[in-house]
Design a protein around this ligand. Structure first.
Ligand SMILES: Nc1ncnc2c1ncn2[C@@H]1O[C@H](COP(=O)(O)OP(=O)(O)O)[C@@H](O)[C@H]1O
Ligand SMILES: [Mg+2]
Length: 502
């Protein structure tokens, strides 16, 4: 009995008890819209906080007003109705990160969509994270080799760069990004492909291509198809970025493909309109620019003090009727460090990848290009642009004189060299050899059809070449010796072409 607290002790506990208003941790659904709930009575809730609905479904806080908040559903809203209780969890949205995700297909919450069992998570990252500060960054000086000659030679992408791929539907935007992923199968770069609002069959084709070409073990797929809740589609790029950041922060290198951000902008607009935010230009809410700027700022090259890791982004945007100046594409163009513009006309004319040389630009990549590649690629863009212009004129009459004819011949060879079937990446040394050969005039006697064959014939010769030595791993300095040797290899490859090479 001596242990029982006396009446005095109870009184003193009551005296010490803090009385006063206590924040309510349960709210109520006031109204439901497609994938979104208007909720009253959760004054302490934070943006991105996970809430639980009476039905068992989860959602996250998307907007906070003075009276109400809006939460997007992460699970089906079936079974929820107005009047249902909503509970705060105190937890912000986060995803598993780490090596356990490699080769996996997950949804934007990191839940497996393949049948390979649970994800072994190293740690968890919040989906919304601040971008590295300026002082934590370093210059972009190393390339991401995409294996696509038109990109690596003319619009090189550096580690830490954001390069937009923009063009009409069906012009090979996804194909280029997938080729870039496949080219990392033997590199030190981890790839994250995030599919936003696409048909499931299209996503499956991408995954199968990456698997078949042997790059799946270095790739993470984050998928929120068109059929997924709007909240999941909204979350997808942020979740995928967190997974890629874990690679970057560990001192590693990651490449993320957002396919695509026009669809992400559309779901942001959909949720904003349902939240009754004031619509701005093209009915997008005023924060759409900031949303994507914040997302893409997270791609960066980190300083040595921060581990030297990098995150490179290839966001994709779709335009209609060639209208590059639509609102979302112009936003993304101004956020990114350059754009690769695909053209429906070039695609139709079988110039694939259908990169529009005049409209595309890489604002940092040239500095990140391998020195030897830069040395041989320097004049190609200008020569090709001049050729395209000349071709227009030469159509009006046969006034091509000797010098002009030579440039037309050269230009046509460049076009053939820059065209590349899917899944046939060209290694860096072959790229250098081909461009050196071009400048030397070795390709001029070839028929354009033979140039594709040359690429295939050259690759094994370069791969087996013991003389290249250190140049293979660091093709920075193109000495006269190396150049002469590469030209010999190209001559050798040409001599093996069907039809004798001339
Ligand atoms: N370099 C290429 N060579 C041949 N076919 C290609 C090439 N790039 C794309 N394609 C084909 O063109 C079609 C459209 O490509 P896709 O990448 O899906 O376009 P987008 O993403 O711009 O809508 C696909 O069937 C694809 O296989
Ligand atoms: Mg596509």
């Amino acid at each position: 009995m001596a242990d029982t607290p006396g009446i005095e002790a109870l009184y003193s506990r009551i005296a010490k008890a803090e009385l006063g208003p206590v924040a309510e941790e349960t709210g109520r659904i006031e109204e439901l819209a497609d994938g979104l709930a208007h909720i009253s009575g959760l004054p302490g809730a934070a943006l991105n906080e996970i809430v639980t609905f009476a039905s068992g479904a989860r959602g996250f806080v998307l907007n906070l007003d003075e009276e109400m908040l809006q939460a997007a559903f992460l699970d089906s809203m079936e079974g929820s109705e107005a009047g249902d209780l909503v509970t705060r969890t105190g937890q912000l949205l986060s995803v598993p990160v780490g090596e356990g995700l490699l080769g996996r297909v997950v949804d934007p919450l990191g839940r497996p969509l393949d049948d390979l069992g649970p994800i072994k998570a190293g740690a968890r990252y919040e989906t919304e994270r601040p971008a590295p500060e300026i002082i934590e960054r370093d210059f972009v000086t190393e390339p991401v080799q995409t294996g696509l000659l038109v990109v690596d030679a003319l619009f090189a992408v550096g580690r830490g760069q954001r390069e937009l791929i923009v063009g009409e539907r069906g012009t090979g935007k996804t194909a280029m990004a997938v080729d870039a992923i496949i080219n990392q199968k033997d590199s030190d770069i981890v790839c994250v492909y995030v599919a936003i609002g696409q048909r499931t069959t299209a996503v499956r084709r991408v995954i199968e291509a990456v698997r078949e070409k042997g790059a799946i073990a270095r790739t993470i797929f984050v998928v929120a198809p068109a059929s997924a809740e709007p909240g999941l589609r909204w979350l997808a790029p942020f979740a995928a970025t967190a997974m890629a950041e874990a690679v970057r922060d560990g001192g590693g290198h990651a490449l993320i493909v957002y396919d695509d951000l026009t669809k992400h902008a559309a779901v942001h607009r959909e949720l904003a309109l349902l939240s009754r935010q004031p619509p701005g230009r093209e009915a997008y809410p005023g924060d759409i620019f900031y949303l994507h700027a914040r997302l893409l700022e997270r791609s960066a090259k980190l300083s040595a003090a921060k581990g030297g890791g990098s995150l490179t982004a290839l966001p994709i945007a779709e335009i209609e009727a060639g209208n590059l100046s639509a609102y979302i594409p112009t936003n993304l163009i101004s956020i990114a460090d350059g754009q690769i513009v695909t053209s429906a006309a070039l695609f139709a004319a079988n110039q694939r990848p259908a990169v529009d040389i005049g409209l595309s630009v890489s604002r940092v990549g040239g500095k990140a290009q391998r020195g030897a590649l830069r040395a041989v690629a320097g004049r190609v863009r200008l020569e090709y642009a001049q050729y395209l212009e000349m071709k227009m004129f030469s159509r009006f009459g046969g006034f091509a004189d000797g010098a002009m004819k030579a440039r037309l011949v050269r230009g046509e060879r460049i076009g053939a060299l820059l065209a590349q079937p899917r899944f046939e990446p060209v290694d860096t040394v072959s790229q250098i050899a081909l461009l050196a050969g071009l400048a030397e005039g070795l390709l001029d006697p070839l028929a354009p059809e033979q140039i594709a064959e040359l690429r295939r014939t050259l690759a094994p010769l370069v791969a087996a070449d013991a003389k290249i030595g250190a140049f293979r791993t660091a093709p920075d300095d193109l000495s006269d010796d190396v150049r002469a040797h590469l030209l010999d290899t190209v001559r050798e490859a040409i001599s093996r072409l069907g039809g004798g090479g001339a």
